[in-house]
Design a protein around this ligand. Structure first.
Ligand SMILES: Cc1cc2nc3c(=O)[nH]c(=O)nc-3n(C[C@H](O)[C@H](O)[C@H](O)COP(=O)(O)OP(=O)(O)OC[C@H]3O[C@@H](n4cnc5c(N)ncnc54)[C@H](O)[C@@H]3O)c2cc1C
Length: 405
């Protein structure tokens, strides 16, 4: 456009440069429907929720009513039985529309542990109600303050007495407990000293938060840089029925790892959505903002960082689809899911920086929503797994380099 000297037509820039025509995008219908729902919750809605540090209850209800959060629940349990690929498109579109899937993505994938490793009785009991949204399983409690990323060292203990486990310990950064009915909990059932491998001896439990809160479980919300509801948890002789253990005792860490590939691929998709939102926003602005008598986007010093960020977002999107396709085909996808998460988190962060930079001072104004999305996407460098830990996984498990810890 600029090479032949033609003037910029602002209607042709900005939005939709990476939306495939309906005929060539296999997910067009899903995208279209999620976009239509998100259009009812414009930027002001999320801006206000953020300013009030509130929970976007109406938005989550609308997503639930439309069945989007039950995408991964099989049809026999009342869900829509879609694949991870489609689920990733749903979350991508929410973030791409200016929202934040982080408020509810747990409802989509936490049930995977129950689905793959739960008993038939547990699945019949919980999954249909999770599918309708009558029960929210939005939380998963793994991280502990003293041990952090070194999960196998976690200190929370569940000791079997009769038909109940007595749980004591502490967790930190546990998201959405205040907007959840059920929570998955990883705790040690065999002390570290008594196991052959450190990854053994941990179990996963379904904790009914409605019964547990105030009766052995207390929570302390953590004010943080994102409008992300997350808490410290304190377990003081919390009793959980043996019927609430998922799968075999001692195998919880293995079950957890299984579910993490899905989580990583989905969060990669959210980052792709963020990245596309930032690129749309900055492309539009750079085409319209006139400084020195020309659009700032006419300067290659402005164009190139935007173009580079776009390239990286699109590359990350492909790796996301690769991870999802393998997952949906029940093939190993640890490498691809981790690479997708790393590439997408880096790309969305790069796009966020570029978007903020080329909005100049206006990028800092709340009404442009950039500073909010900037904070939201920054989280994915650290959670649910930090960039360094992904690199370490790739170095050791994909490339075969010596183990570092
Ligand atoms: C908003 C928010 C929501 C969260 N939600 C949840 C949740 O719902 N459930 C849950 O269980 N957890 C949750 N987390 C926790 C999150 O998963 C952890 O913060 C993250 O895994 C990093 O652990 P840490 O904070 O203990 O950091 P640490 O383990 O203390 O690590 C600190 C830094 O050091 C680096 N590091 C550590 N060891 C190494 C090494 N060997 N080599 C190189 N670098 C290293 C890490 O990469 C990291 O950047 C959440 C966190 C946040 C901030």
């Amino acid at each position: 456009m600029l090479l032949d000297g033609a003037p910029i037509e602002s209607s042709k820039v900005g939005c939709n440069h990476h939306i495939m025509p309906a005929s060539s995008d296999p997910h067009y219908e899903i995208r279209d429907a999620v976009r239509a729902l998100c259009a009812q919750f414009p930027a002001e809605y999320f801006r206000n929720v953020d300013a009030e540090q509130a929970y976007p209850e109406e938005f989550v209800r609308a997503l639930t009513r439309s069945g989007w959060l039950a995408a991964l629940v099989p049809e026999e349990y009342g869900g829509s039985g879609l694949g991870l690929t489609e689920a990733s498109v749903i979350l991508e579109e929410i973030n791409r529309a200016g929202g934040n899937s982080g408020v509810c993505h747990g409802q989509m994938y936490n049930m995977g542990t129950l689905l793959r490793h739960g008993s038939e009785a547990q699945k019949r009991l919980y999954l249909p109600l999770i599918a309708t949204g009558e029960l929210r399983l939005q939380s998963m409690a793994v991280t502990e303050p003293a041990t952090g990323t070194d999960t196998t060292q976690l200190k929370t203990m569940a000791v079997l007495r009769g038909d109940r486990y007595i749980i004591n310990g502490q967790k930190v950064w546990i998201s959405r407990v205040l907007h959840s009915d059920l929570m998955l909990l990883l705790a040690r059932t065999t002390p570290l000293e008594a196991v052959r491998k450190r990854s053994e001896g941990m179990s996963i439990f379904i904790v009914d938060l409605r019964e547990a809160l105030g009766k052995g479980l207390t929570t302390r919300p953590i004010a943080n840089m994102v409008n992300h509801e997350t808490s410290e948890l304190f377990f003081d002789n919390l009793e959980v029925s043996v019927e609430n253990r998922i799968g075999e005792e001692g195998q919880g860490f293995r079950y957890l790892l299984d579910g993490l590939n899905a989580e990583r691929a989905l969060i990669a998709a959210e980052c792709v959505g963020d990245g596309r939102w930032f690129i749309d926003k900055v492309t539009q602005y750079a085409s319209e903002r006139i400084v020195f008598n020309r659009p700032i986007g006419q300067n290659q010093g402005v164009q190139f960082p935007i173009a580079r960020a776009h390239v990286n977002v699109e590359a990350a999107s492909l790796m996301r689809f690769e991870a999802c396709t393998l997952f949906d085909a029940h093939k190993p996808c640890g490498a691809e899911a981790n690479m997708a998460k790393l590439l997408a988190a880096d790309a969305s962060w790069e796009a966020a920086n570029v978007c903020l930079q080329f909005h100049g001072g206006f990028g800092f104004a709340r009404e442009f929503d950039i500073e909010r999305k900037f904070r939201e996407t920054r989280l994915y460098q650290v959670a649910p797994v930090s960039t360094n830990l992904i690199l370490s996984y790739i170095a050791e498990h994909v490339l075969g380099l010596p183990r570092s810890f």
